[in-house]
Design a protein around this ligand. Structure first.
Ligand SMILES: Nc1ncnc2c1ncn2[C@@H]1O[C@H](COP(=O)(O)OP(=O)(O)OP(=O)(O)O)[C@@H](O)[C@H]1O
Ligand SMILES: [Mg+2]
Length: 241
């Protein structure tokens, strides 16, 4: 039997018994989760469920964690965000966090500077979102919310991630704009990038997901595939009924 390299069979991301703390408060409680290359995994959960805390921990922004976060078979313990991003994990943060006084182009460039070497360049991002090419010299604060979200997503893609973390990219945006952002997910997936999508919009989140996890008060209450789960069961676990 041929010997298979560990990276061929092991998940891109494996989170085991992860807890995230703010002081004594445990916002994420013993979560197990995995994402494979080219897989879209959704995390759903109400306000305060611990979704953002989980993503922040993965990218090295949590103050204190317990448990193991392993990426490509390597334990990320003790590594800072810059190191983690350079290794190929990128976050589209909740609330976008652009530099408002920098231009579109300058904001995008930051992703390219901090990330890993790879095939995605600025022209690819302009191909995904042609409006950003037209607006490339405008300051980020002059853009609409949807366009700003495109910049945030483009910046993350320019880091050439193997794992992309998206925190509520649809929040506060019109359905037509959300469609244009979500349309990109299959193209990202097709490049073999693993995607972890956090959303409160259950329908939209499950529509793109291969698998999903439901979080309630920091704990995973359900881990399944959208096709294997009825809406009723999802709602019961979402609200803890
Ligand atoms: N910096 C912080 N200091 C103290 N507690 C925090 C901090 N950030 C988050 N929390 C708490 O941790 C819990 C989880 O918050 P988190 O932001 O991870 O939830 P979320 O699922 O992303 O919620 P939302 O849908 O509102 O974005 C909440 O009870 C929140 O109040
Ligand atoms: Mg959040």
């Amino acid at each position: 039997m041929p010997v298979t390299a560990a990276s061929d069979t092991s998940p891109l991301l494996a989170v085991r018994q992860l807890s995230v703390f703010y002081g004594q408060f445990r916002a994420v409680d013993a979560v197990d989760l995995s994402v494979r290359a080219g897989e879209v995994v959704s995390i759903i959960g109400a306000n305060g469920a611990g979704k953002s805390s989980l993503l922040k921990a993965i990218i090295g922004q949590a103050d204190r964690i317990e448990g193991v976060i392993s990426y490509c078979g390597e334990d990320l313990a003790g590594q800072g965000t810059a190191e983690i991003v350079a290794k190929g994990i990128a976050l589209v943060p909740e609330g976008r966090r652009l530099f408002p006084s920098l231009s579109v182009e300058e904001n995008l460039h930051i992703g390219w500077e901090v990330g890993r070497q790879g095939e995605i360049g600025i022209e690819d991002v302009f191909g995904f979102f042609p409006i950003l090419k037209e607006r490339c010299r405008q300051k980020a604060r002059e853009l609409s919310g949807g366009q700003q979200q495109m910049v945030a997503l483009g910046r993350a893609l320019l880091a050439n991630p193997r794992l992309l973390l998206c925190d509520e990219i649809s929040l506060g945006l019109a359905p037509v704009v959300i469609d244009s952002l979500y349309k990109l997910i299959p193209a990202i997936k097709a490049r073999g990038i693993g995607i972890l999508v956090v959303e409160q919009d259950i329908t939209r989140s499950l529509a793109v997901a291969d698998r999903f996890y439901c979080l309630l008060e920091g704990k995973v209450t359900l881990a399944s595939r959208p096709s294997a789960t009825s809406r009723e069961v999802v709602m019961q676990h979402y609200f803890g009924l």
